[in-house]
Design a protein around this ligand. Structure first.
Ligand code: SF4
Length: 353
């Protein structure tokens, strides 16, 4: 795993759908973020950044101002420069370490990247969504997988930290294509990835397809299981997954903006819980096989203790203790305890019988 922390304290500046050449079928950033669709004035920007800096206190060292929710390099050059100029003032004052933004792969070219030269931009995230050209066409992305490859190569030449965002469950997508996208993203060796499920938001093209019955989103269960496979693949390839599922926000939970789809406020937790459940189940399964080999008549364990790192207790338990119930039922366990142990790695477990 690369050692840098790609999860700094982020000061988010939302630019909903600004700079987008058109609307992708799944997207309505104003609905997701609740933010207004205009470029913030310098005064507004200063106010917003200062508000977050007050909130931050002394909690984290690495602070980044982040322009999200639109297509940053698709903005007019003078807007790009003025936003970066305002953000740079905070970097010069030593209050912020650097700037990051998200943009479309097809906005990355030498001309646009030259604009950034004079500003302390460190991290660039690309909305890749899929590496399957058919899925990209169906989602009306307006770019291809080779645009993503070219963009990553250009960013690498200029030594930016690179984050790639993928989305699963889009029209035309399936498990094979999503896993292939995961592999091609890993081949590009980004510093980190985010995995989002396709959600049907109000006032999107996807919403109209969903209402007509021509699009069916993934179920939460299928989606969690697929994201788990992707997460494990990225982990094996030493690529940090910094987010799985949409960022839970009051706005998102309060408003009925989601028509359908595998949204859960604790989506990432569901994925981690399933990974821990699989680990425990596989150890218990081998124990059961061993007992059968020894022709032991006993097909149950009276007592099982699972030791995990303290920070992994809730992942091992699962949401509302679901994992404990599943394991007890599946393996006929009478008493199952989960205890914390600092000596165990965060992504490992130990079983005692
Ligand atoms: S997904 Fe990105 S590029 Fe597409 S409309 Fe939304 S913000 Fe714009």
């Amino acid at each position: 795993m690369k050692t840098s922390d790609f999860r700094p304290f982020i000061i988010p500046i939302f630019l909903p759908n600004l700079g987008c050449p058109h609307r992708c079928v799944f997207c309505n950033q104003a609905v997701v973020t609740g933010a207004k669709q205009n470029i913030p004035s310098p005064e507004k920007l200063q106010f917003q950044i200062n508000k977050f800096l007050d909130y931050k206190g002394k909690r984290r060292n690495r602070v980044q101002i982040s322009f999200y929710g639109g297509n940053f390099l698709g903005l007019k050059k003078n807007y790009i420069k003025s936003l970066l100029y305002e953000a740079t003032k905070f970097v010069n004052e030593g209050k912020v370490e650097s700037i990051r933004f998200s943009t479309r792969p097809d906005t990355i070219d030498n001309d646009r990247l030259d604009i950034l030269k004079d500003f302390p931009v460190k991290t660039i995230e690309l909305g890749v969504q899929s590496m399957d050209n058919h899925v990209l066409t169906m989602a009306k992305r307006g770019h291809t997988s080779s645009d993503t490859e070219k963009a990553v190569n250009l960013l690498k030449k200029r030594n930016y930290e690179i984050g790639l965002q993928m989305m699963i469950g889009l029209p035309g997508d399936n498990e094979i294509k999503a896993l292939a996208t995961g592999r091609r993203i890993a081949d590009l060796s980004p510093d980190f990835v985010r995995i989002y499920p396709a959600i049907v938001f109000e006032k999107t093209i996807l919403a109209s397809w969903y209402k007509k019955g021509s699009y069916t989103p993934l179920s939460l269960e299928t989606c969690v299981s697929l994201v788990k496979k992707l997460y494990l693949y990225f982990r094996k390839n030493s690529i940090q997954v910094i987010r799985m599922g949409l960022q839970a926000s009051e706005h998102l939970e309060k408003n009925s903006t989601i028509l359908a789809g595998p949204h859960h406020p604790a989506f990432g937790h569901l994925v981690y819980s399933e990974i821990f459940l699989d680990m425990a189940a596989s150890i218990l399964e081998s124990k059961r096989r061993e007992s059968k080999k020894r022709e032991s008549k006993k097909d149950s364990c009276d007592k099982v203790v699972i030791k995990v790192h303290p920070q992994s207790i809730s992942r091992m338990r699962g949401l509302k203790n679901k994992n404990i119930e599943i394991l007890k039922t599946r393996f006929h366990i009478k008493s199952l305890k989960i205890i914390s142990d600092f000596s165990i790695k965060k992504d490992e477990i130990q079983l005692h019988f």
